[in-house]
Design a protein around this ligand. Structure first.
Ligand code: ATP
Length: 321
């Protein structure tokens, strides 16, 4: 393999830059030319592709976001559109493509590896949601978790001063990992995840019991996949007379300087993606399981359900009595 390309796609996540840096440096170390595709699949179609050098990725390991930009490109689901992308890769002699993004981005990569005559693709899990199969952690999850914790700790100060119940809506799409991990680490009284119970009556009773015992405030972490924070507040008021405040953390969860854990994870996964391309592997995604680098065929990733840690969920409930 002499030439590869790298792109970031879907929602951005902190650590994507560190992953790009690893792909570029590892490839150049092995005398492979690297091209950066700007704006995800959109750039692949529009030929927004530039050669990257060692210096192109200097001073980015600590930066959030992605210097290659990311984009959603729904038209990439159409075969004729992908033909243009393949043409742009082939005319440069690019034989390998590293796609950093979520499982939607993996689907695009799988299509390319099926349709291009001579193109191998490897996915790298980049999303704060931690909702991709084939890996224990995705790049950006740890940073987003710490951003949420920082916010919840601050909210807790005001919650206790004013004796209020705060509902904090966190991201995660259909997965409850961000809510579970942040709720457990922040000592939240209630954690609402799509994988668990969202019986509001039961939750209201629990809050009431806490209040009866003299608890002055509560923190509820609500995953966006269950309902919005405001909906949660409205539902609770049907069963209990409490003063709730809602805080929707929104996009601050996607930004910021990547944590050390995310930088290391991104560097390991980016480097491993290049190794796999050098071994002519294709249509697979890299991941980490029990601190070991793994690679899983896209098909297996799509066919399995996201691995939610029910044991940890149970523990969080036990600790928040
Ligand atoms: P995130 O988890 O942050 O949402 P994602 O990669 O899952 O990331 P999507 O918006 O689902 O985000 O997908 C990103 C892009 O991947 C889409 O905009 C589209 O260009 C491409 N894509 C998604 N699904 C397909 C598909 N079935 N076929 C071809 N391309 C696809």
């Amino acid at each position: 393999m002499k030439k590869i390309a790298v792109l970031t796609s879907g929602g951005d996540s902190p650590g994507m830059n560190a992953a790009i840096r690893a792909v570029v440096r590892k490839a150049i170390y092995h005398d492979i030319e690297v091209y950066g595709v700007y704006q995800g699949y959109m750039g692949l179609i529009n030929d927004n592709i530039k050669k990257l050098e060692l210096g192109s990725v200097g001073d980015i390991i600590q930066r959030g976001g992605t210097f290659l930009y990311s984009a959603r490109c729904p038209e990439f689901k159409e075969k004729e559109v992908r033909e243009k992308a393949i043409e742009n890769l082939e005319k440069r002699g690019i034989e390998g493509l590293v796609v950093i993004g979520g499982d939607g981005s993996y689907r695009g990569a799988q299509r390319l590896s099926e349709e291009a005559k001579n193109l191998k693709t490897i996915g790298v899990p980049g999303t704060i949601d931690n909702d991709i199969n084939g890996t224990d952690f995705t790049i950006g999850f740890d940073t987003a978790l710490n951003t949420i914790l920082d916010a919840v700790d601050k909210i807790r100060d005001t919650a206790s001063s004013h004796e209020r119940t705060f509902i904090i809506e966190v991201m995660g799409r259909d997965a409850g990992d961000l809510a579970l991990w942040s709720g457990l680490a922040a000592g939240a009284e209630t954690i609402l995840v799509p994988e668990g119970t969202s019986d509001i009556k039961e939750i209201a009773e629990k809050i009431q019991q806490g209040m009866d015992r003299g608890k002055k405030h509560s923190i509820i972490v609500c995953a966006e996949g269950v309902m919005t924070g405001h909906q949660c507040g409205e539902e609770l008021k049907k069963y209990i007379n409490i003063d709730t405040r809602v805080s929707c953390l929104g996009h601050i969860q996607r930004g910021g300087t990547p944590t050390g854990m995310d930088r290391v994870l991104a560097s390991r996964l980016g480097g491993y993606a290049v190794e796999l391309l050098m071994q002519n592997e294709s249509a697979k995604a890299v991941g980490i399981k029990q601190n070991q680098l793994t690679c899983t065929p896209f098909d297996d990733i799509f066919s399995a359900k996201h691995n939610f840690d029910f044991k940890m969920y149970e523990l969080a409930n036990q600790l928040s009595i």
